[in-house]
Design a protein around this ligand. Structure first.
Ligand code: ADP
Ligand code: MG
Length: 256
């Protein structure tokens, strides 16, 4: 599976805010359908790197390639159509809309949420809407959200809101999903439900994940390969077992 160029290739990327080197010369790769972990203490630059990869920030230096193509010129609203979607550290749903409509917002089709039909001939628009409905149903079934589709997103328990956000990221059939601390703030049964959902997604869809966490136990239960950031720099990489035993990683996590 992992032949040829990596799906995602981050090469010597830096993101400086004034004098602060939030990300400082980081290189990493994610292969197609691989789950890669990105861990590090709070403030180590994980979200900033996700924001660079998802084009929220223009990096101060370095390159990001998807399928060997530089994404520097891609606008943030075009990134999903290119194949990269994400979730946020704090849930960002449309709280007054239903789960169904939140999922529709993730589609890159012309009939997104049923709003933009005017540019298409009516039969084509109807076909598109049917296809979107089917995508919504499929993702809801995969994530166990079928019973929630007509509920207002803001009324759902936190774990189901996070699953809805994952669904929105999944619905456009991306090649890569960036997950920024998906289990932060979850209780243990919500965490277990998310792990189970991610396992089902992996089995059903050809998608890769870059999974950002500072909860090492969680990330190690899902990934085969980890990168570790500290103060914006990569300090270790490798299998969970290798990384866990690394003295620099232990020091960074214990803060000694
Ligand atoms: P993490 O996600 O690993 O907790 P962040 O990427 O959020 O870390 O932050 C890394 C560092 O960059 C922190 O010191 C943070 O305060 C700083 N930082 C993040 N975003 C900005 C910004 N937009 N402007 C200035 N500093 C920022
Ligand atoms: Mg963060």
């Amino acid at each position: 599976m992992n032949t040829g160029a990596p799906l995602l290739s981050v090469d010597n990327v830096s993101m400086h805010f004034g004098g602060l080197k939030a990300v400082d010369g980081v290189s990493l790769t994610v292969a197609a359908q691989q789950v890669v972990g990105l861990i590090g203490p709070n403030g180590s630059g994980k979200s900033t790197l996700i924001n660079v990869i998802s084009r929220i920030y223009d990096p101060t230096g370095g390159t990001v390639k998807l399928d060997d193509k530089e994404i520097a010129g891609v606008a943030v609203h075009e990134i999903a159509a290119l194949g990269i979607t994400r979730t946020f550290q704090n849930v960002r749903l449309f709280p007054t809309m239903t789960v169904r409509d939140n999922l529709r917002m993730g589609t890159t089709s012309a009939t997104r949420a049923g709003f933009v039909t005017s540019g298409l001939a009516l039969p084509a628009a109807r076909r598109e809407e049917k296809a979107v409905d089917q995508q919504v149903e499929d993702v809801a079934v995969l994530l166990g959200l079928e019973a929630q589709l007509d509920r207002v997103a803001g009324d759902l328990p936190y774990g189901l809101q996070k699953l809805t956000e994952l669904g929105r990221a999944l619905i456009s059939n991306p090649k890569l999903i960036l997950l920024d601390e998906p289990v932060a703030g979850m209780n243990s049964s919500e965490k277990q439900a998310l792990v189970a959902a991610l396992r089902r997604v992996r089995a059903a869809r050809p998608v890769a994940f870059l999974l950002v966490e500072h909860d090492m136990a969680f990330v190690m239960s899902l990934t085969e390969y980890l990168y570790v950031l500290n103060f914006g720099k990569l300090i270790a990489q490798g299998s969970p077992e290798h990384v866990r035993a690394d003295p620099g990683v232990i020091e960074a996590y214990l803060g000694v």
